[in-house]
Design a protein around this ligand. Structure first.
Ligand code: HEM
Length: 325
């Protein structure tokens, strides 16, 4: 590639990196505001609020589109960053002069690729822990609570119905967030109930010396099954995935022996994120051509404020969960 073509493609890469980077900053603000509910709202109230929020985030079409844009931006930002780093190294006739590092670029910008890669590792492991459980695997439990009125533990559902956990264990099934009466399980339960009725009638007949015709028993059984059995599974309602409990237990030292390890990883990662944003925020305005001598100082200060406040607030969440439990 000629030198001018190289510069052109490098400028285009920087432009897209800046655009995706600023979009990811917006994502961070939204994600932070959602997560702060974990520490500002406590008890059952907090659990409900957070699980309802997570449900909304997973079902609203506009939010879903934003989520896909976020995934695409992370991938694009990372790949573009790696390509840009390789391109810059190739274009540089002399490798970094380590004795005089400032000669080529500012210190943070040379660290951007490394910091970015660490953040990518964090995001991948972070999504494996929470996002995967919420969106892909079925292992996440639904939100349940003890209800005095139901005198049982009940599922907390979308339409505020109270569905007994015991009932679902015996006659129902859960797929993702959906709670069903399972025809197979219900019919087995029904057959068992009918058999018990028959046995009771037999015992009573024996005691009074009466005879019951076996054909009558069969007829009663067949008719009852025909009348009351379920032909197909029936959707009862949707429950909330209990993401709140998953996050709380993740950082809870009494429930998770690895909580201290996760806490340290999270706090260090937020430090790394802070350094990345310290340089990246203001630099993206420059790459987009949005810099102006009059506002450059302000943009830099806002960027530095963002780089400190946002990662600090993110880090405080697992710290507070850890020390409160
Ligand atoms: C320490 C504070 C944090 C907590 C407690 C937290 C918690 C969560 C949870 C519970 C989810 C799953 C949400 C869902 O699938 O509905 C999630 C998703 C995600 N998190 Fe975090 N997070 C934190 C910090 C971060 C940071 C700093 C980043 C980026 C650098 C990040 C990036 C993501 C991404 C990209 C997703 C997927 C979002 C989506 O599906 O739209 N998180 N986080």
């Amino acid at each position: 590639m000629s030198n001018s073509a190289l510069i052109k493609s490098s400028i285009a890469k920087k432009y897209w990196m800046a655009l995706t980077g600023l979009f990811l900053c917006l994502f961070l603000v939204g994600h932070l505001l959602g997560n702060l509910q974990l520490i500002f709202k406590t008890g059952e109230e907090g659990r409900r609020a957070f699980n309802e929020y997570a449900y909304f985030m997973g079902h609203n079409i506009f939010i879903k589109i934003l989520s896909y844009l976020t995934y695409a931006s992370i991938l694009f930002h990372a790949v573009d960053g790696i390509l840009l780093t390789i391109q810059n190294r190739k274009a540089r006739p002399v490798k970094y002069v380590y004795s005089n590092p400032g000669a080529n670029s500012s210190l943070p910008s040379r660290w951007m690729a490394l910091l970015g890669s660490l953040i990518l590792v964090f995001i991948v492991t972070h999504m494996a822990n929470f996002w995967w459980k919420m969106k892909i695997s079925e292992e996440i439990p639904l939100h349940t609570y003890y209800s005095q009125t139901a005198k049982d533990t009940v599922y907390y559902t979308l339409n505020k119905k109270q569905i007994s956990v015991k009932d679902i264990r015996e006659k129902g099934k859960i797929e993702g967030e959906k709670i069903f009466y399972s025809a197979k399980k219900f019919n087995a339960y029904l057959e068992n109930e009918i058999n018990q009725e028959i046995n009771k009638a037999r015992n009573e007949a024996e005691q009074t010396g009466q005879n019951i015709n076996p054909l009558d028993i069969e007829k009663f059984k067949t008719e009852s099954m025909e009348k009351y059995s379920m032909k197909e599974d029936e959707l009862i309602d949707e429950g909330y995935k209990d993401l709140h409990t998953v996050v709380m237990q993740f950082f809870n030292k009494d429930k998770n022996p690895r909580a201290i390890f996760y806490l340290i990883i999270y706090v260090i990662s937020m430090g790394v994120l802070g350094f990345h944003l310290w340089h990246g925020f203001a630099s993206s305005f420059q790459s987009l051509g949005l810099n102006h001598p009059k506002y450059n100082k302000l943009i830099k200060k806002v960027g530095q404020g963002f780089a400190v406040i946002v990662p600090f607030l993110f880090a405080i969440i697992p710290i507070l969960i850890f020390i409160n439990k």
